[in-house]
Write a protein that binds this ligand. Structure first.
Ligand code: FES
Ligand code: FE2
Length: 399
Protein backbone atom coordinates (compact mmCIF):
# COMPACT_ATOMS: atom_id res chain seq x y z
CA UNK A 1 0.00 0.00 0.00
CA UNK A 2 1.36 3.43 -0.91
CA UNK A 3 2.30 5.74 1.91
CA UNK A 4 -0.32 8.22 0.72
CA UNK A 5 -3.04 5.86 1.93
CA UNK A 6 -1.90 6.26 5.51
CA UNK A 7 -4.04 9.35 6.12
CA UNK A 8 -7.11 7.62 4.72
CA UNK A 9 -6.61 4.72 7.09
CA UNK A 10 -6.34 7.10 10.01
CA UNK A 11 -9.71 8.55 9.11
CA UNK A 12 -11.41 5.17 9.21
CA UNK A 13 -10.01 4.39 12.66
CA UNK A 14 -11.40 6.62 15.47
CA UNK A 15 -8.82 9.05 16.79
CA UNK A 16 -7.40 8.31 20.26
CA UNK A 17 -9.37 10.07 23.02
CA UNK A 18 -6.38 12.20 24.04
CA UNK A 19 -5.90 13.60 20.54
CA UNK A 20 -7.81 15.98 18.30
CA UNK A 21 -7.61 16.32 14.51
CA UNK A 22 -6.01 19.25 12.75
CA UNK A 23 -7.56 20.68 9.62
CA UNK A 24 -6.97 18.64 6.45
CA UNK A 25 -3.77 19.64 4.62
CA UNK A 26 -5.48 21.49 1.77
CA UNK A 27 -6.85 24.04 4.21
CA UNK A 28 -3.33 25.35 4.65
CA UNK A 29 -2.14 25.02 1.07
CA UNK A 30 -4.99 25.69 -1.34
CA UNK A 31 -5.59 29.06 -3.02
CA UNK A 32 -9.33 28.20 -2.94
CA UNK A 33 -9.32 28.19 0.87
CA UNK A 34 -7.39 31.45 0.93
CA UNK A 35 -10.00 32.99 -1.34
CA UNK A 36 -12.80 31.82 0.95
CA UNK A 37 -10.97 33.24 3.98
CA UNK A 38 -10.31 36.49 2.19
CA UNK A 39 -14.02 36.92 1.44
CA UNK A 40 -15.50 35.52 4.65
CA UNK A 41 -12.93 36.58 7.24
CA UNK A 42 -10.53 39.30 6.10
CA UNK A 43 -13.16 41.29 4.18
CA UNK A 44 -15.72 41.01 7.00
CA UNK A 45 -13.57 41.57 10.07
CA UNK A 46 -11.83 44.59 11.45
CA UNK A 47 -8.24 44.19 10.27
CA UNK A 48 -5.32 45.97 11.92
CA UNK A 49 -3.54 47.78 9.09
CA UNK A 50 -0.85 49.98 10.67
CA UNK A 51 0.06 52.60 13.25
CA UNK A 52 -2.48 55.29 14.10
CA UNK A 53 0.23 57.95 14.12
CA UNK A 54 0.93 57.38 10.42
CA UNK A 55 -2.18 59.50 9.72
CA UNK A 56 -2.14 61.69 12.81
CA UNK A 57 -1.91 65.05 11.04
CA UNK A 58 -4.51 66.67 8.72
CA UNK A 59 -3.53 66.08 5.10
CA UNK A 60 -1.81 62.75 5.72
CA UNK A 61 -2.67 59.78 3.53
CA UNK A 62 -1.46 56.19 3.54
CA UNK A 63 -2.19 53.21 1.34
CA UNK A 64 -2.93 49.93 3.08
CA UNK A 65 -4.08 46.47 2.04
CA UNK A 66 -7.33 45.08 3.47
CA UNK A 67 -8.18 41.56 2.25
CA UNK A 68 -7.95 41.86 -1.55
CA UNK A 69 -8.51 45.62 -1.63
CA UNK A 70 -6.12 48.55 -1.64
CA UNK A 71 -7.46 51.18 0.75
CA UNK A 72 -6.59 54.83 1.28
CA UNK A 73 -6.62 56.03 4.87
CA UNK A 74 -6.68 59.81 5.08
CA UNK A 75 -7.07 62.54 7.64
CA UNK A 76 -8.91 65.48 6.15
CA UNK A 77 -8.29 69.15 6.91
CA UNK A 78 -10.93 69.06 9.65
CA UNK A 79 -9.06 66.22 11.35
CA UNK A 80 -11.57 63.53 10.42
CA UNK A 81 -10.26 60.06 9.55
CA UNK A 82 -11.50 58.40 6.34
CA UNK A 83 -11.09 54.99 4.74
CA UNK A 84 -11.63 54.94 0.96
CA UNK A 85 -11.26 52.27 -1.69
CA UNK A 86 -8.19 53.18 -3.74
CA UNK A 87 -10.08 52.95 -7.04
CA UNK A 88 -11.01 55.83 -9.31
CA UNK A 89 -14.74 55.96 -10.00
CA UNK A 90 -14.07 57.05 -13.60
CA UNK A 91 -12.44 54.02 -15.16
CA UNK A 92 -11.14 52.04 -12.21
CA UNK A 93 -7.53 53.15 -11.95
CA UNK A 94 -5.67 52.51 -8.71
CA UNK A 95 -5.16 56.09 -7.61
CA UNK A 96 -2.26 55.96 -5.16
CA UNK A 97 0.62 53.55 -5.37
CA UNK A 98 3.00 54.88 -2.73
CA UNK A 99 2.87 54.12 0.98
CA UNK A 100 2.51 57.62 2.53
CA UNK A 101 1.94 61.19 1.38
CA UNK A 102 0.96 64.62 2.68
CA UNK A 103 -1.64 66.09 0.32
CA UNK A 104 -4.64 68.41 0.09
CA UNK A 105 -6.53 66.28 -2.44
CA UNK A 106 -6.12 63.05 -4.39
CA UNK A 107 -5.77 63.18 -8.16
CA UNK A 108 -6.15 60.13 -10.37
CA UNK A 109 -3.04 59.81 -12.52
CA UNK A 110 -5.00 58.62 -15.60
CA UNK A 111 -7.48 61.39 -16.60
CA UNK A 112 -7.12 63.66 -13.60
CA UNK A 113 -10.34 63.23 -11.64
CA UNK A 114 -9.66 64.86 -8.29
CA UNK A 115 -11.11 63.83 -4.94
CA UNK A 116 -11.09 65.46 -1.51
CA UNK A 117 -9.50 63.66 1.44
CA UNK A 118 -13.03 62.73 2.46
CA UNK A 119 -13.50 60.97 -0.90
CA UNK A 120 -15.82 63.53 -2.50
CA UNK A 121 -15.32 64.11 -6.22
CA UNK A 122 -14.13 67.69 -6.46
CA UNK A 123 -13.21 68.18 -10.10
CA UNK A 124 -12.80 66.41 -13.43
CA UNK A 125 -11.31 67.74 -16.64
CA UNK A 126 -13.89 69.07 -19.16
CA UNK A 127 -16.62 69.27 -16.55
CA UNK A 128 -18.64 71.81 -18.59
CA UNK A 129 -19.22 69.01 -21.15
CA UNK A 130 -21.24 67.14 -18.55
CA UNK A 131 -23.46 69.71 -16.88
CA UNK A 132 -25.64 66.91 -15.51
CA UNK A 133 -22.77 65.18 -13.67
CA UNK A 134 -23.87 64.53 -10.10
CA UNK A 135 -20.53 64.65 -8.34
CA UNK A 136 -21.93 63.12 -5.16
CA UNK A 137 -22.61 59.90 -7.08
CA UNK A 138 -18.99 59.45 -8.08
CA UNK A 139 -17.04 59.83 -4.85
CA UNK A 140 -14.54 57.23 -3.66
CA UNK A 141 -16.27 54.31 -1.93
CA UNK A 142 -15.95 54.57 1.87
CA UNK A 143 -14.44 51.87 4.08
CA UNK A 144 -14.85 51.66 7.87
CA UNK A 145 -11.78 52.92 9.68
CA UNK A 146 -11.02 53.59 13.33
CA UNK A 147 -8.13 53.78 15.76
CA UNK A 148 -7.68 51.64 18.83
CA UNK A 149 -4.68 50.70 20.99
CA UNK A 150 -2.51 53.06 18.94
CA UNK A 151 -3.27 51.25 15.66
CA UNK A 152 -5.42 51.78 12.58
CA UNK A 153 -8.15 49.26 11.90
CA UNK A 154 -10.21 48.92 8.70
CA UNK A 155 -13.25 46.85 7.84
CA UNK A 156 -14.57 46.42 4.29
CA UNK A 157 -18.02 45.27 5.44
CA UNK A 158 -20.38 48.26 5.59
CA UNK A 159 -22.65 46.32 7.95
CA UNK A 160 -19.93 45.42 10.43
CA UNK A 161 -20.40 46.02 14.15
CA UNK A 162 -17.94 48.14 16.13
CA UNK A 163 -14.31 47.05 16.50
CA UNK A 164 -14.73 46.67 20.27
CA UNK A 165 -17.39 44.00 19.72
CA UNK A 166 -14.69 42.02 17.89
CA UNK A 167 -11.72 42.50 20.23
CA UNK A 168 -13.21 42.79 23.72
CA UNK A 169 -14.58 39.25 24.03
CA UNK A 170 -11.15 37.92 23.00
CA UNK A 171 -9.36 40.11 25.56
CA UNK A 172 -11.82 39.08 28.27
CA UNK A 173 -11.36 35.41 27.47
CA UNK A 174 -7.58 35.62 27.82
CA UNK A 175 -7.00 38.38 30.39
CA UNK A 176 -10.13 38.04 32.49
CA UNK A 177 -11.65 41.42 31.72
CA UNK A 178 -12.06 43.71 28.73
CA UNK A 179 -10.23 46.49 30.58
CA UNK A 180 -7.15 44.42 31.42
CA UNK A 181 -5.32 45.48 28.27
CA UNK A 182 -6.09 49.13 29.04
CA UNK A 183 -3.79 48.96 32.06
CA UNK A 184 -0.85 48.74 29.64
CA UNK A 185 -2.10 51.99 28.02
CA UNK A 186 -1.12 50.76 24.55
CA UNK A 187 -2.36 53.95 22.84
CA UNK A 188 0.23 56.00 24.76
CA UNK A 189 3.19 53.80 23.81
CA UNK A 190 5.65 54.43 20.98
CA UNK A 191 7.41 52.06 18.60
CA UNK A 192 10.97 51.52 19.80
CA UNK A 193 11.81 48.92 17.18
CA UNK A 194 10.00 47.15 14.37
CA UNK A 195 10.79 44.13 12.21
CA UNK A 196 8.78 42.80 9.28
CA UNK A 197 9.18 39.07 8.69
CA UNK A 198 8.25 37.64 5.30
CA UNK A 199 7.08 34.16 6.24
CA UNK A 200 6.47 31.42 3.65
CA UNK A 201 3.64 29.88 5.64
CA UNK A 202 -0.15 30.01 5.87
CA UNK A 203 -1.52 32.53 8.36
CA UNK A 204 -3.37 29.76 10.22
CA UNK A 205 -0.11 27.90 10.79
CA UNK A 206 1.17 31.06 12.50
CA UNK A 207 -1.94 31.41 14.66
CA UNK A 208 -1.65 27.75 15.65
CA UNK A 209 2.02 28.23 16.51
CA UNK A 210 1.15 31.21 18.71
CA UNK A 211 -1.53 29.14 20.43
CA UNK A 212 0.64 26.29 21.69
CA UNK A 213 3.88 25.94 23.62
CA UNK A 214 4.43 22.23 22.92
CA UNK A 215 7.25 23.36 20.61
CA UNK A 216 8.90 25.68 23.15
CA UNK A 217 11.37 23.22 24.71
CA UNK A 218 12.36 21.99 21.25
CA UNK A 219 12.89 25.15 19.19
CA UNK A 220 13.30 27.96 21.74
CA UNK A 221 16.52 27.29 23.72
CA UNK A 222 17.07 30.95 24.60
CA UNK A 223 13.50 31.47 25.69
CA UNK A 224 13.29 28.34 27.79
CA UNK A 225 16.68 29.07 29.35
CA UNK A 226 15.36 32.47 30.39
CA UNK A 227 11.92 31.29 31.43
CA UNK A 228 12.23 27.73 32.72
CA UNK A 229 8.51 27.01 33.09
CA UNK A 230 8.11 27.19 29.33
CA UNK A 231 10.08 23.93 29.17
CA UNK A 232 6.95 22.04 30.18
CA UNK A 233 5.30 22.72 26.86
CA UNK A 234 2.30 24.11 28.72
CA UNK A 235 3.47 27.73 29.12
CA UNK A 236 1.70 30.74 27.74
CA UNK A 237 4.48 31.94 25.46
CA UNK A 238 2.34 31.25 22.47
CA UNK A 239 -0.72 33.01 23.76
CA UNK A 240 -4.04 31.32 23.93
CA UNK A 241 -5.96 31.08 27.13
CA UNK A 242 -4.89 33.26 30.00
CA UNK A 243 -2.43 31.38 32.16
CA UNK A 244 -0.67 34.18 34.01
CA UNK A 245 2.63 32.33 34.15
CA UNK A 246 5.10 34.06 36.44
CA UNK A 247 8.57 34.59 35.04
CA UNK A 248 11.41 32.79 36.72
CA UNK A 249 12.79 34.38 39.87
CA UNK A 250 16.05 35.50 38.30
CA UNK A 251 14.36 37.33 35.42
CA UNK A 252 13.78 41.01 36.16
CA UNK A 253 12.61 41.70 32.62
CA UNK A 254 11.66 39.83 29.48
CA UNK A 255 14.93 40.39 27.65
CA UNK A 256 18.10 38.56 26.69
CA UNK A 257 20.01 39.57 29.80
CA UNK A 258 16.96 39.38 32.06
CA UNK A 259 18.00 42.72 33.58
CA UNK A 260 15.42 45.44 34.11
CA UNK A 261 16.57 48.57 32.31
CA UNK A 262 13.19 50.28 32.20
CA UNK A 263 10.47 50.86 34.74
CA UNK A 264 7.21 48.94 34.71
CA UNK A 265 4.57 50.59 32.51
CA UNK A 266 2.85 53.22 34.65
CA UNK A 267 -0.70 51.82 34.46
CA UNK A 268 0.28 48.40 35.80
CA UNK A 269 -0.23 47.40 39.40
CA UNK A 270 3.01 46.34 41.15
CA UNK A 271 1.83 42.74 41.35
CA UNK A 272 1.70 42.61 37.55
CA UNK A 273 5.49 42.57 37.70
CA UNK A 274 7.24 39.75 35.87
CA UNK A 275 4.13 38.38 34.24
CA UNK A 276 3.99 37.41 30.61
CA UNK A 277 0.79 37.21 28.62
CA UNK A 278 0.16 36.23 25.04
CA UNK A 279 -3.12 37.41 23.56
CA UNK A 280 -4.45 36.60 20.12
CA UNK A 281 -6.92 39.06 18.63
CA UNK A 282 -8.27 37.19 15.63
CA UNK A 283 -7.97 37.45 12.79
CA UNK A 284 -4.67 39.31 12.45
CA UNK A 285 -3.13 40.51 15.70
CA UNK A 286 -1.09 38.87 18.40
CA UNK A 287 0.17 40.62 21.54
CA UNK A 288 2.89 39.80 23.99
CA UNK A 289 2.42 41.76 27.19
CA UNK A 290 5.33 42.05 29.61
CA UNK A 291 5.82 44.60 32.41
CA UNK A 292 7.90 47.18 30.52
CA UNK A 293 6.79 46.74 26.92
CA UNK A 294 4.38 45.19 24.43
CA UNK A 295 5.25 43.11 21.39
CA UNK A 296 2.53 43.93 18.86
CA UNK A 297 2.33 41.49 15.94
CA UNK A 298 0.28 42.32 12.85
CA UNK A 299 -0.28 39.58 10.28
CA UNK A 300 -0.84 40.41 6.62
CA UNK A 301 -1.90 37.23 4.86
CA UNK A 302 -0.70 37.60 1.25
CA UNK A 303 -1.57 34.15 -0.06
CA UNK A 304 -2.15 30.58 1.10
CA UNK A 305 1.58 30.12 1.67
CA UNK A 306 2.83 33.61 2.48
CA UNK A 307 2.25 35.94 5.42
CA UNK A 308 3.96 39.20 6.29
CA UNK A 309 4.33 39.65 10.03
CA UNK A 310 5.22 43.07 11.39
CA UNK A 311 6.35 43.03 15.01
CA UNK A 312 6.48 46.37 16.82
CA UNK A 313 8.20 46.68 20.18
CA UNK A 314 6.17 49.31 22.08
CA UNK A 315 7.68 51.20 25.00
CA UNK A 316 6.79 54.28 27.02
CA UNK A 317 6.95 57.22 24.61
CA UNK A 318 9.27 59.18 26.96
CA UNK A 319 11.72 56.29 27.05
CA UNK A 320 11.78 56.02 23.24
CA UNK A 321 12.34 59.78 22.93
CA UNK A 322 15.30 59.62 25.31
CA UNK A 323 18.70 60.05 23.67
CA UNK A 324 20.16 56.95 25.28
CA UNK A 325 17.20 54.70 24.43
CA UNK A 326 18.41 51.23 23.56
CA UNK A 327 15.76 48.51 23.15
CA UNK A 328 18.20 45.84 21.90
CA UNK A 329 18.03 43.71 25.04
CA UNK A 330 14.25 43.37 24.78
CA UNK A 331 14.28 43.10 21.01
CA UNK A 332 16.84 40.33 20.91
CA UNK A 333 14.98 37.70 22.94
CA UNK A 334 11.67 38.13 21.13
CA UNK A 335 13.28 38.49 17.70
CA UNK A 336 15.23 35.23 18.13
CA UNK A 337 12.04 33.54 19.30
CA UNK A 338 10.10 34.94 16.32
CA UNK A 339 12.66 33.68 13.84
CA UNK A 340 12.58 30.23 15.43
CA UNK A 341 8.78 30.18 15.29
CA UNK A 342 8.58 31.36 11.69
CA UNK A 343 11.25 28.92 10.50
CA UNK A 344 9.25 26.12 12.12
CA UNK A 345 6.05 27.32 10.44
CA UNK A 346 7.82 27.41 7.06
CA UNK A 347 9.02 23.81 7.50
CA UNK A 348 5.53 22.79 8.53
CA UNK A 349 4.09 24.50 5.45
CA UNK A 350 6.43 22.44 3.24
CA UNK A 351 5.04 19.20 4.68
CA UNK A 352 1.40 20.21 4.68
CA UNK A 353 1.07 19.74 0.92
CA UNK A 354 2.26 16.14 1.15
CA UNK A 355 -0.02 13.19 0.49
CA UNK A 356 0.70 12.05 4.02
CA UNK A 357 -0.93 15.19 5.41
CA UNK A 358 -3.98 15.04 3.14
CA UNK A 359 -6.25 14.22 6.09
CA UNK A 360 -4.26 16.44 8.43
CA UNK A 361 -2.43 15.54 11.63
CA UNK A 362 -3.24 15.47 15.32
CA UNK A 363 -3.18 17.81 18.30
CA UNK A 364 -1.82 16.58 21.64
CA UNK A 365 -3.52 17.72 24.87
CA UNK A 366 -1.38 20.85 25.31
CA UNK A 367 -2.46 21.88 21.80
CA UNK A 368 -6.20 21.28 22.21
CA UNK A 369 -6.77 25.03 22.51
CA UNK A 370 -6.18 25.16 18.75
CA UNK A 371 -9.60 23.56 18.29
CA UNK A 372 -11.12 26.83 19.53
CA UNK A 373 -9.47 28.52 16.56
CA UNK A 374 -11.01 25.86 14.29
CA UNK A 375 -14.40 26.68 15.83
CA UNK A 376 -13.86 30.35 15.02
CA UNK A 377 -12.91 29.41 11.45
CA UNK A 378 -15.92 27.15 11.03
CA UNK A 379 -18.23 29.91 12.23
CA UNK A 380 -16.60 32.44 9.92
CA UNK A 381 -16.93 30.27 6.81
CA UNK A 382 -20.42 29.04 7.69
CA UNK A 383 -19.63 25.44 8.60
CA UNK A 384 -22.06 24.16 11.28
CA UNK A 385 -20.03 23.15 14.33
CA UNK A 386 -21.27 19.57 14.29
CA UNK A 387 -20.14 19.04 10.70
CA UNK A 388 -16.72 17.76 9.65
CA UNK A 389 -14.47 19.83 7.44
CA UNK A 390 -15.04 18.70 3.85
CA UNK A 391 -11.99 16.96 2.38
CA UNK A 392 -11.50 19.83 -0.07
CA UNK A 393 -12.11 23.46 0.88
CA UNK A 394 -13.81 24.12 -2.47
CA UNK A 395 -16.71 22.02 -1.14
CA UNK A 396 -17.37 24.66 1.52
CA UNK A 397 -18.58 26.92 -1.31
CA UNK A 398 -20.75 24.22 -2.87
CA UNK A 399 -22.72 23.65 0.31
S1 FES B 1 -9.51 56.43 -14.46
FE1 FES B 1 -9.23 57.93 -13.01
S2 FES B 1 -9.52 59.75 -14.07
FE2 FES B 1 -9.86 58.25 -15.54
FE1 FE2 C 1 7.13 29.68 19.71
Amino acid sequence: MGAWHAGKDQLTVPIEPSLRSTLPGAYYTSPAMFEIESEQIFARSWMCVGRADSVARPGQLITVQVADESVLVTRDRAGQLHGLLNVCRHRGTRICAGPAEEVSSVRCPYHGWTYGLDGRLIAAPNMPDMPDLQKERHGLVPVNVTTWAGYLWCCLDPGAGPLLAQVEPQITERLGSAGALGAYQPESLAVGHSVTYDVAANWKALIENFTECYHCPIIHPQLTAAVPEFRSGYGSISGGRFHGAALAERMEAFSSSGKAVRRTLPGLAPETGRLFYGVILLPNVFLILVPDHIGFFRLEPLGCDRTLVTCDWLFEADAVADEGFDPSDSVELLDITNRQDFAACERCQLGMSSRSFRDGGVLVPSEHLITEFYRYLAGAVGLPHDEEWPARPELLKAR
